[in-house]
Design a protein around this ligand. Sequence first.
Ligand SMILES: [Fe+2]
Length: 164
Amino acid sequence: MNSDNDLQIAGDILEVPHLLQPPREHPATVAEFVGLARSIAADRAQWAHLVRYDATTRWYHRLRTGPGYEVWLLSWVPGQSSGRHDHGRSSGVLTVLEGTLTERTGRGTRALAAGAQRVFAPGYVHEVVNDALEPAVSLHVYHPGLSEMPMHTSPYCEARPVTA
Ligand SMILES: [Fe+2]
């Protein structure tokens, strides 16, 4: 039997390293940013000692920077909210590390438990709030960094029927 997926490697592929692509030092694709967030989430030693719950403000810590990206750790006590905002020209990946956060958008509300991830493009508007009874921790990867976070004060526009 033969097929197009019949490729086999004879011998040890590690003996021909010039045929392998070198691993990238820094993430550059959405999948790689998601993967970076997952790997940090799984390694509590990278972030658990940096969590600080501050009742007066959400607590931020820039965990890492690289070419074209920043990684932020946020700590949320119950009741703390980001307010409704976008991320300027940045895209990002939000990952909940501990607790549960609630995300509100013009399309509705969703609970994000530990392990949940949201990927968003430039212009995405949302509000994130800890409306649970326990503190929460989240990880935010921004590409290419977060240079602005415009706040939105007007309520979400309700979908309206299109009229001619
Ligand atoms: Fe955000």
